[in-house]
Design a protein around this ligand. Sequence first.
Ligand SMILES: [Zn+2]
Length: 353
Amino acid sequence: MAYVFLEHRSSLEHITASRPASSAMSVNPEQPTRILAIERELDARDWCGFERMQAPPVERSLLTAIHPESHVAEIERFCAAGGGHIDDDTVVSPGSWEAALHAAGAGVRMVDLLLDGYASSAFCSVRPPGHHAMPTQAMGFCIFNNIAIAAKYAVEVRGLERVMIFDWDVHHANSTNEVFHASNNVLFVSIHQSPLFPGTGPADDVGEGAGVGYTVNLPVRAGSGDDVWISLVEHVVVPLAFAFEPQLVLVSAGYDAHLEDPMADCNVTDAGFSAMAHAIAATCRELAAPVGAMLEGGYALGTLARCVATTLEAMSTVPDRNGGAAAPLARDARHRLAEWWPQLTAGSSARSW
Ligand SMILES: [Zn+2]
C-alpha cells in the first residue's frame, strides 16, 4: 500500500499577512510560508517515500455536517467581498474560500484513500488549520474543522463505528472536543498546554451522555518536554487505542509544542515528535488501523518542516514500540481514566506498557 501526501496550491492563496495595530504580534504567524517550508524539506528528503496527490474541494454537504449552512454562506460571502479580520488571529482573503474548501477536502479524500485500501498512512499538508473552528465561529487561525469533517464523514458516510482522533497540537482542540462530546463513535484524545489559548480542555472534561469517557483531555504545564509528552503517549494514548480498537486513527498534527515554537511554552524536541509519531504508527500497525494526519499548528518554519518530515518517516518505516516507565502525570491519567477504560488499570492487561 502507498503512503500519500495530500496538498493543494490554494493553501498558498489564504493570505493572513496583516494584523490589527493593537495585536501583540505584528505579523500573523499562520502564513503560506509554512507550507513552502514543509515542501522544501520534503523535497530534499525525496518526500520520505510518500506519493503526492492534489486535494479536491470538499462537498458542501460534508462541510455542513459540522458547520451550519448559514455560517458557511457567511464565510463564503466575507471572502468574496475581499475578506478581513474575523478576530485578531483569524483573517481571510479572497483566496481563503478555495483554500478552506481544499483543506477540508484533503481530509475527506484521505479517509477514502485509507479506507479503500489505497494507502496505509497519509498526511494532509494544507491550510488553514482546523481544530479551533467551532461550528458557528471561525477562530484561532481556523475556518472549518478539517479533521472533524473527516471523522464525521468516516462515521456517517463510510459507516465506521470507531474512529480515534489524537490531537498533539499544543493548543486544546476546543472545536473537535465539542463536536464529538456526546459521541461514542469518536474517541477524542488531546495533549495540550494549560493554561493556554483557547482555555478549554480540563482533565475532568470527559464528554457527555453516550460519549462519557470518549473525550480524554490530558493537559500539561508550561515547560513540559519530551519526558511528559512521550510518557502520556506511551502510557495513556496507546493503551486507549488498544482498548478502543479504532478502525481509523486521525492525528491533528500540530508542531507548536516544540521547544523552538514561538506560540507556546512546551519543550518538545525533534526526538520527542519522532517518538510520538513512531508510537502512533507502531500502534496502528499492530491494530491494522490506517492512520492519517492533518497539519494544525507549528510556526517556527524550519522546526515545523523537520518535524513533519520526522512524522512521515515514522509513518513509512516499521517502528518498534518500546517505551520507558510511566511518568507520574501518565500514572495519574491512567488511574483517572480506568473508570471508563478498565484496560488501563495496571496489571489487568496481558500487555506490558
Ligand atoms: Zn496550536
